[in-house]
Structure formats: C-alpha cells, structure tokens
Design a protein around this ligand. Structure first.
Ligand code: ACO
Length: 403
C-alpha cells in the first residue's frame, strides 16, 4: 500500500520513500474496474467487453449504463435509463440566457466549460455526493444536457433560435435535430449518419486515466459536485494534445492541401517542424483499436455524404507514415482523433465543435470514474508531492536596496 512506502526511512526524521514520476508515466493513481487497455496489443475493453463488439451491437446509452453500473442493462433497465435521460435534456431558462451572453465568435469549448460549471449553481443539491439517489440524478442530468448545450453553442454562433430537445427522437437524432432544424418539420437525420455518430460516442465514452479523467478524479477527490468536476475535466480535454487534437488534424490536412504534398509534410515533421496531429498515444504503442472502427464508420458516412479530398490526404499520410522508420521506431500510429474529425466534418459539424463532440460522450467516463473514486475507501484527496528545486531560505531586502 502507498502508505506503507512512507515507512521505508533512511533516518527516523526522513519523509519515507517518494517517487519522482513527471507526468505520471509510471504511476497508477487508482484501482479501477471500468476500462482495460493493453497498449502494446491494441486492446480496449469497457467492463470486459471488447470495444469492437460494443460498437457493433450496442447503443451509446446502453454503453453508458454499462460504464456506470458494471453490467449491460436488461430491457427494463434500458427503458428506465432512456426515460430518465429524456426527462433531463432541457436546460433551465436562466442557463439559456447565460449562453446568450457570449460573443458570437466564442469558442464552443470555452462556452461548454463555463456552462457546465454554471450548472453547479442551478443544482446546489449536487454537492451531496455520497447520497446514491442524488448522484444518479446528477449523472443523468449531465449526460442528458451535454448535447443540448453543444447544439446551443453552435446555434448561438449563427444567431439562430435555439431548438428545444425533442424526446420523440433517440439520443443522437435529438442532438442532430437541435443542431440543424431550420423550419417545421423536425430535422430527420439519415439513419446511417445518426448510427455512425452513436458509434463515435461509444468509442469516446471512456479511456481509463487520460488527462481529463485524471482531472475529474483529482477535482472530485476534494468532494466538490460533479458539475465543477466535469467542467475542469472538459478544460483538460480542450488542449490540443488531448481532445483538441481532432480539430488540429483538420487544420493540418487543410495545410497539406493535396495528396502529392503529403511526403513533403512528413519530411518537415521529421526535421522537427511540429507533430503529426492524430498520431501517437501515451498508452497505445500499436494501432489504436478505436481508429480502426472509426475508419470503418467513415466508409459508411461517405456512402451518404460522398468522398472528400481530406480522406484521401489522410489515407496517404497514414500509408507513408506507417512505412517510415521514424514513426515505426517510435511506435506512432493513428489515434482516435485522426479520422474522427474527417467524419464530423463530412456530417456537417464545424471543426470548432469537434472537441465538444468528444466531451458529450466522455462525460460518461468522467462520471463513472468519479463515482468509482468516491466509493473507493482507499481514495483520499489527490495531492502529489514535489522535488523542490528553488532557493534555500533567504530574506527580504528593503525596496531601496534592490537593483
Ligand atoms: N508526430 C511526430 N512525432 C511524434 C508524435 C507525432 N504526433 N508524437 C510523438 N512523437 C515523437 C516525439 O517527438 C518523441 O520523439 P523523440 O523520442 O525523438 O523525442 C517520441 O515520438 C515520443 O513522444 P512523446 O511526446 O514522449 O510521447 P507521449 O506519450 O508523451 O505523447 C501524445 C503522446 C501527447 C499523444 C503525442 O504522441 C502527441 O502529441 N500526438 C499528437 C497529438 C494527438 O494526436 N493527441 C491526441 C491523443 S489521443 C487523445 O487524447 C484522445
């Protein structure tokens, strides 16, 4: 146990054994029964089920239940869960007003991060984190409201009236209707596209102790409510090395511009001119299994939307990189973000929404991990130590004597 390491002391006044592990490369911060990854073999499982099987046979809401509760839902449980989510899709009118206050060109991730935090003020009872019924209600609220917030952020940019949730539609159809409905009747999503989005949501739902989930656990360990925790986790996701990478991939493909310029671009990356966005992963040192499924989903989407130039550039980039010694030696393969942005763009989502589209499903993983942490008697407030490298003791020189 971690506490026992402290007892290993060179002298009685010694602190005890302490590890120095920048960026936690070799530190397990918790025990978890939610997601299993074997990065060398390219394996990802939620609660023991291979991600490929879940993507093929389940819906996003089924998988959400699985991540939160440990087992797949039976028909009654799924129907109750779906009903609960549908009941909580609306935003309080004051939250709607809050969203209206942003500049028209505010980045949707900035809007999302602060709106999730603002929900903490709307549901003050959420701070009773050890009350199981209350926790279940707040979890459902957060999962249900994420698509509504996202769609409102999008419509705000164009000055379009917000579209209220439509509970006759399923989770992704409702989201697409809130995004793109113009006039009556409602926007009816092509079933291939709404299913592809559902699959993308399944793939993004959890990924063990990634940067944003670690943030959720860290903030949650101080026993704040789940809204402030998810807001902090979303802030971590915003960064270009994490969830922001899918937006960066699209910028990179735009910058490359055509298939024949790919080799030159890769050469430039190898010479130190930046990174190949959407490549590499802290844990996967093999093909990211999610990228394989996304590539398959992209083919389905393109049968509806038609092919675009970016997919050709992406395929060429992958082909050249996977044969290049630089990338092979460093075990750099496409990650989940490499193809997801291309699909989102083909479906009609603007690039600045890509990270928000990542956050909608990942909120499930954050909440499942948060709940697991709260119920784990071994967890305490997250508080790493440091190796101090600053000055020894010194004293303040009066202002007149400082030069
Ligand atoms: N392109 C070119 N070279 C790369 C890339 C890349 N995408 N990623 C890593 N490398 C190189 C590094 O420069 C380093 O080379 P060196 O050994 O010569 O110094 C080596 O590969 C190891 O890389 P690290 O940065 O040490 O790997 P780390 O595990 O810390 O980083 C990360 C992982 C952040 C994902 C990194 O690969 C990266 O920045 N990728 C691009 C951004 C991206 O796609 N992020 C999405 C990740 S998936 C997600 O969050 C959902």
């Amino acid at each position: 146990r971690a506490m026992d390491l402290r007892k290993i002391k060179a002298t009685p006044d010694d602190f005890g054994l302490m590890t120095y592990d920048p960026a936690f490369l070799n530190t397990s911060s918790c025990r978890s029964a939610i997601t299993y990854i074997d990065g060398d073999a390219g394996i990802l499982r939620y609660r023991g089920y291979p991600i490929e099987e879940l993507a093929e046979k389940c819906s996003f809401l089924e998988v959400s239940w699985l991540l939160l509760n440990g087992e797949l839902p039976n028909p009654n449980e799924l129907s109750e869960w779906t009903g609960l989510i549908k009941r909580h899709t609306m935003l309080h009118e004051t939250t709607k007003k809050f969203l209206e206050g942003y500049r028209y060109d505010a980045h949707p991730m900035g809007m999302l991060i602060s709106t999730i935090a603002a929900l903490s003020t709307v549901y003050p009872e959420a701070k009773n984190v050890f009350d199981a019924d209350n926790r279940k209600l707040q979890i459902a609220r957060l999962i249900a409201k994420m698509p509504t917030i996202c769609a409102y952020c999008y419509r705000h940019h164009f000055g379009l009236p917000y579209v209220y949730p439509d509970n006759d539609l399923n989770f992704t159809e409702n989201f697409m209707n809130m995004m793109w409905k113009m006039f009556e009747p409602k926007y009816l999503a092509n079933p291939i596209l709404s299913r592809a989005l559902d699959i993308l949501f399944i793939l993004h739902a959890d990924h063990e102790q990634n940067c944003s989930t670690n943030t959720m656990r860290c903030v949650g360990s101080a026993q704040g409510d789940p809204y402030v925790g998810c807001s902090a986790a979303a802030a971590a996701l915003y960064g270009p090395l994490h969830g922001g990478a899918n937006e960066e991939v699209l910028k990179m493909l735009d910058q490359i511009g055509s298939k024949d310029r790919v080799a030159g671009f890769i050469h430039q990356v190898k010479e130190g001119g930046g990174k190949l966005m959407g490549f590499g992963h802290r844990v996967y040192k093999n093909y990211d299994p999610r990228a394989r499924i996304i590539k398959w989903a992209a083919e389905q989407v393109f049968t509806v939307t038609g092919y675009n130039k970016k997919i050709e550039i992406a395929l060429e980039l992958e082909r050249i990189a996977l044969e290049d010694d630089y990338f092979v030696k460093r075990k750099l393969y496409p990650n989940v973000d490499f193809y997801s942005g291309i699909i989102y763009e083909a479906m009609g989502f603007r690039p600045d929404l890509f990270t928000v589209l990542f956050a909608i499903p990942r909120v499930v993983g954050w909440l499942a991990q948060w709940q697991e942490m709260l119920l784990d008697p071994e967890q305490k407030i997250a508080r790493p130590r440091q190796i101090y490298t600053g000055h020894g003791e010194r004293h303040v020189v009066p202002m007149a004597d400082r030069h």
